[in-house]
Design a protein around this ligand. Structure first.
Ligand code: AMP
Ligand code: GLY
Length: 435
């Protein structure tokens, strides 16, 4: 079987490793563009994820049986529609269903139409209108917190959790200065600030049929104690403490089922991986956002627990038949600690020599997923981006998983490398400065 993974991060490396580990069938893996870690187990081709036509031609020419899309941008661009028009099997939602992630205004309206609990909000069609909404007091006074979000995809740079109106105005100024693409900021969402621990609930879905993955928690801020700017994610965990059973049932009834029913009713049945980011508030779970793909670094911590053949799951999704398929997960806990480059997230330095990878790889129950690495002229490992490696481990308790991660991480070194020592120890959320 030939499987093609589109993307180049730790998430895609974890997907490739999980396919190899969970599947017994002979399998050839392809990846575009991939990275040096992925190249150890898959054929990598330097096709950019934005070149939908070239990716489809690659799949056709290489007789790929199944394609899996990692990042959101190609899904928002309609890669699934293009592959399907060419009769190629693919895992992911089509362009219309991908709007749940690619337009926050669409997602908010969708939640309103289907009575799915989320923060109260107002969609403004210009920065000036957003400023007027702030001044109107609809979301509190000058000293109250408020959240400002750009409508479109912004690689995590379009959400501002402001402590007060001054910070909110600064966020609007940043949007005016073009911190995210003009198209992404053509609408602005002004939103009530919620408080509580966050949880990432991911599911495999075909239409109204779905299977939940173990709930995960991401740590978005760069600094320990949830301080500093937001990042793509500095670490993640799965553990029974992330989500209790009663809340899980509530999320299924109040969020997951109405979302999938709503998609089906609106003619955009959801087929692929749905990722619901939630805040567990005093008043119950509230949706912060939808993503229409695997999370990064949640996937690294989730997939190391998968026991069912991932290729079979992907095949079933692409053929719209989850049916009675059981999906098994190990009962352990897991953690992923991201090792980041100097200057990440603002201005990561690349090209540093990574030492100690071979020693770290010898640690039992540990997987090291490459997010951004390349090979130097003499075969040495070099950093090639902001988030470089995701050191991931399972353990009978979260503590065991974490100590395995940190023991392996301590073997690895490059100048300016940094990582959080408190993954799994904080709620992963804090009200703070504009992010
Ligand atoms: P989003 O991309 O919408 O998930 O937002 C990114 C992060 O911003 C979330 O993971 C939260 O930490 C924070 N955030 C988003 N919306 C809110 C909200 N309404 N209240 C508090 N924090 C929020
Ligand atoms: N870890 C959050 C995301 O993948 O969007």
């Amino acid at each position: 079987m030939k499987i093609f993974i589109v993307g180049s991060g730790g998430r895609e490396h974890a997907i490739c490793c999980s396919l190899r580990q969970t599947s017994k069938r002979p399998m050839e893996l392809f990846c575009a563009p991939g990275n040096a870690g992925i190249a150890q187990i898959a054929h990598c081709s330097p096709i950019p994820v934005s070149d939908t036509a070239a990716l489809a031609t690659f799949a056709h020419e290489n007789k790929i049986d199944l394609t899996m899309i990692g990042p959101e941008a190609p899904l928002a661009d309609g890669i699934v529609d293009v592959f399907e028009q060419r009769g190629l099997k693919i895992v992911g939602p089509n362009r219309n269903a991908a709007r749940l992630e690619s337009s926050k205004a669409f997602a908010k309206d969708f939640m309103r139409r289907h009575a799915i609990p989320t923060a109260s909000h107002h969609v403004a069609s210009s920065i000036e209108e957003a400023a007027r909404i702030l001044e109107s007091g609809e979301f509190g006074g000058e000293h109250d917190p408020v959240v400002i979000k750009a409508d479109g995809l912004a690689a995590g740079k379009g959400v501002f959790v402001a402590c007060d109106r001054l910070q909110a105005s600064e966020a609007l100024d940043e949007l005016k200065r073009g911190v995210v693409a003009a198209e992404a900021a053509s609408k602005i969402i002004v939103e009530e600030t919620l408080e509580g621990p966050e949880v990432s609930v991911l599911l495999f879905s075909v239409g109204k049929d779905f299977r939940l993955m173990p709930a995960a928690r991401d740590h978005k801020r760069v600094g320990e104690g949830d301080t500093g700017p937001n990042t793509g994610g500095m670490g993640s965990i799965t553990d029974s403490s992330v989500l209790d059973e009663a809340t899980r049932v509530r999320i299924v009834c109040e969020v997951v089922e109405p979302t999938l029913r709503g998609c089906a009713a609106e003619g955009i049945p959801f087929r692929g991986i749905l990722f619901v980011g939630l805040m567990l508030t005093h008043d119950g779970p509230r949706v912060l956002e939808y993503n229409v793909r695997f999370g990064d670094p949640e996937t690294q911590a989730i997939l190391v627990r998968l026991q069912t053949d991932l290729a079979e799951i992907f095949e079933a999704i692409s053929e719209t038949r989850l049916g009675s398929m059981g999906i098994n997960w190990s009962s352990e806990s897991s953690a992923c600690v991201v090792l980041a480059a100097k200057g990440y997230p603002a201005k990561p330095e690349t090209g540093a020599i990574i030492e100690g990878l071979d020693r770290a790889r010898l640690h039992e129950h540990v997987s090291i997923f490459h997010a951004a690495t390349t090979r130097g002229a003499n075969g040495e490992w070099l950093t090639a981006g902001g988030r470089v490696l995701g050191v991931t481990a399972i353990g009978e308790t979260l503590d065991v998983a974490l100590s395995r991660c940190y023991a392996a991480a301590s073997e690895i070194h490059w100048p300016g490398m940094h990582y959080r020592r408190d993954i799994g120890r904080t709620r992963g959320h804090d009200l703070g400065a504009v992010s």
